[in-house]
Ligand binder design. Structure first.
Ligand code: GLA
Length: 398
């Protein structure tokens, strides 16, 4: 099964593209990956647990410092936007780059702004960015763009910031500069994941543990299925889910839903009274945190296959209790599981985007085809299916 998104690209090409745009070589090239989330969905803004892994698909940033305080941005993916030139001292959320073609530039500009807002001595820079992370597929292309920029500026200006700090600055950029109320998972995954592992992250304490996730050794594969469904509604629905969780936490007298232990779920649901929708939102978050802990315990003892049913249970909870799935994601899960997958679920915010499917190596091709056939039979657009492996987080390549 080949990868329709072609994960591989190299620092040489990105450095050459930088030189063609700016007339000289970059000072370096940095990479930051996209991610899938193995389990722990819509838990990060509830101070809960998540367990993402990095994709082999990356955003590469070739960059050089500038002494004149200008920030120049160019994207290999959006060449029609040309070189976007900004003044680093004038960056402000209210003065973000305008226009559809320049929207991509709000992410790197936001990162420079967030670093300066935090009092860090970041000056001007030239940046050229290339990416193989599928955009709009729920695979965190935005986080990859932010983290690649942050890693470049961190080194160019010798800030010495640790990966988790870079992730926080990127989340700040996305929340306050780009205007997306995301949690901390995607940026942390891009900055902190390591090859061969899933990252167990406590999003309140920001404590992290690399949990071995060795698919190959167990004869397993993780398929990513990009449904290619992009829902316009997604932003509003995401904010709405966040608001419901905050309302429920207030009603229950806790700082965040993370503070409701699984053993107290029943009494918490009783305390919420008649509001069935709010009760289902809470049940999702509390049971999902529990599923992450169970998945960690299984992976710690090498029981990778046994994680499958937790994935499927997580999907049902996203679908029925949190209501963030869609018919195409449900069809991936149903068709793959009916064909003998070990487990499957939507990954990321939902409302379209991608699903993951855990399969044996022997079944990978067949189950991928079953999902494609199911989409064709339902009259849906053909999905993109590719196998993935837990890959390295952000790093300097050259
Ligand atoms: C998006 C957000 C994350 C997280 C997920 C849902 O990917 O960026 O912070 O909330 O949705 O788990």
């Amino acid at each position: 099964m080949s990868d329709p998104y072609g994960a591989g690209h190299g620092p040489e090409r990105t450095a050459a593209a930088f030189a063609a745009v700016y007339g000289g070589p970059p000072a370096g090239v940095w990479a930051a990956p996209g991610r899938v989330n193995l389990i722990g969905e819509h838990t990060d803004y509830n101070d809960g647990f998540v367990m993402p892994l990095a994709l082999p698909h990356t955003t590469l940033a070739a960059a050089a410092p500038r002494a004149d305080g200008r920030l120049r941005l160019h994207s290999g993916g959006v060449p029609e936007a040309g070189v976007i030139e900004l003044r680093i001292a004038e960056l402000a959320p209210t003065a973000a780059p305008r226009g559809a073609a320049a929207r991509w530039a709000t992410y790197p500009a936001g990162v420079a702004w967030a670093m300066r807002e935090a009092g860090l001595a970041v000056g001007g820079a030239d940046l050229h960015l290339d990416s193989t992370v599928p955009t709009g597929a729920g695979l965190s292309s935005s986080a990859a763009l932010e983290v690649a920029t942050a890693a470049a500026l961190n080194d160019l200006y010798e800030l010495g910031l640790a990966p988790q700090r870079l992730a926080r600055l990127c989340q700040r950029a996305e929340n306050a500069f780009v205007g997306v109320p995301c949690g901390i998972m995607d940026q942390t995954a891009s900055a902190c994941c390591t090859e061969g592992h899933a990252l167990f992250l406590d999003t309140r304490l920001l404590t992290r543990r690399q949990v071995p996730f060795d698919l190959a050794a167990q004869g397993l594969r993780l398929l990513v299925v990009d449904t290619r469904v992009r829902h316009e509604l997604a932003d509003g629905a995401y904010a709405n889910r966040r608001a419901s969780c905050e309302t429920a936490a207030r009603a229950l007298g806790v700082r965040a839903l993370r503070d409701i232990p699984y053993v107290q779920l029943k009494s918490a649901l009783a305390d919420l009274g008649e509001d069935d929708r709010l009760r289902r939102r809470v049940r999702h978050v509390v049971t999902e945190n529990r599923r992450v802990e169970e998945a960690v315990a299984l992976l710690d003892v090498g029981e990778v296959r046994a994680v499958g049913p937790l994935l499927t249970a997580g999907h049902a909870s996203c679908r029925d209790d949190f209501e963030v799935s869609c018919p195409e994601l449900d069809l991936v899960v149903e068709s793959a599981n009916a064909a003998g997958a070990l487990g499957a679920r939507m990954t990321g915010a939902g409302f379209g985007g991608s699903a993951i499917v855990l399969v044996t190596e022997a079944d990978a091709e067949r189950i991928g085809q079953v999902v494609r056939d199911a989409f064709a039979a339902a009259g849906y657009r053909a999905p993109r299916v590719f196998p993935t492996l837990p890959s390295p987080g952000a790093r300097r390549l050259a």
